[in-house]
Ligand binder design. Structure first.
Ligand code: KIV
Length: 275
């Protein structure tokens, strides 16, 4: 099969590969990843692109939202994900405060993600208001993924993290934002927590892929936070999360049996000791 019809096995996937898959109607998946081992597993599983997201603020660093994470905290995670993969496209999030001041701030931080982190692309949140940033980054040769709908960096103006965005008249605004991002050169647009019908309208309107997270079945690609997908996060999760494993339960069981074995003197036994 010619390489254009399949996914590369001996080089990194590029934004052109993602566009080609979308053009031929093939759905593809993304996951977040923040470390070497999970990155390698997700790549092996056929996940085409990995996002070192600012959700690492919550999932790795224990903050209540995504706002506190910094470039200096994200870059080692980007490096780890790049080191753990050979073919996946690695997208690095631009955290809150790293691009809002304008195109030059965005450029300086995006360059760090590519130069120091080794990422192949960056992601930022917002629509028409970040068009100058997207134009500057793409003009400098840096692929940009947009992010619309529920944009967690704006939690303080959105009034909560569980709100579905883009209902009613807001749908038209979101469509205009998506079109503006595509025109500015974005190679893909994440749609988070929007009605499925709006996900369909945006996907039909854009040539570049839409990457849905709680945006229904019509998006060209899907992304989930890996701890949600694998059942490591517990408690009340958004409706769109499907848990494919009970990692939390498995880990609790393993750690409990280990702790009990140590307490009872069953571990280490002879088989796990040096002669
Ligand atoms: O940071 C992140 O993980 C994200 C995804 C939820 C899309 O932006």
């Amino acid at each position: 099969m010619p390489e254009t019809m399949t996914w590369p096995a001996d080089r990194r996937i590029t934004i052109k590969d993602l566009q080609a898959a979308t053009d031929r109607g093939e759905r593809w998946s993304m996951l977040t990843s923040y470390d070497t081992l999970t990155a390698g597993i997700f790549e092996q599983a056929g996940v085409r692109a990995l996002l070192v997201g600012d959700t690492s603020a919550e999932m790795v660093l224990g903050y209540p939202d995504t706002l506190p994470v910094t470039m200096d905290q994200l870059i080692p995670m980007v490096q780890a994900v790049v080191r753990g993969t050979r073919t996946a496209l690695v997208v690095a999030d631009l955290p809150f405060g790293s691009y809002q001041a304008g195109p030059q701030a965005a450029l300086a931080n995006a360059v760090r993600h590519l130069k120091e982190g080794g990422a192949q692309a960056v992601k930022l949140e917002g629509g028409r208001r970040v068009v100058p940033q997207v134009q500057t980054l793409t003009g400098a040769g840096i692929p940009v993924m947009g992010h619309l709908g529920l944009t967690p960096q704006s939690v303080n103006v959105l009034g909560g993290m569980r709100r579905v965005q883009g209902r009613g008249d807001a749908g038209g605004e979101l469509l205009a934002d998506a079109t503006a991002l595509e025109r500015a050169g974005a190679f893909a647009v994440v749609l988070e927590s929007v009605p499925a019908d709006l996900g369909r309208r945006v996907s039909e309107a854009l040539r570049v892929p839409t990457v849905g997270i709680g945006a229904g079945p019509h998006c060209d690609a899907q992304i989930l936070v890996w701890q949600d997908m694998a059942g490591l996060t517990t408690g009340r999760l958004p409706r769109f999360v499907k848990q494919y494993a009970d990692t939390s339960g498995e880990l609790l069981d393993a750690a409990s049996r280990y702790a009990a074995d140590v307490t009872a003197g069953r571990y280490p036994d002879q088989a796990h000791s040096y002669a």
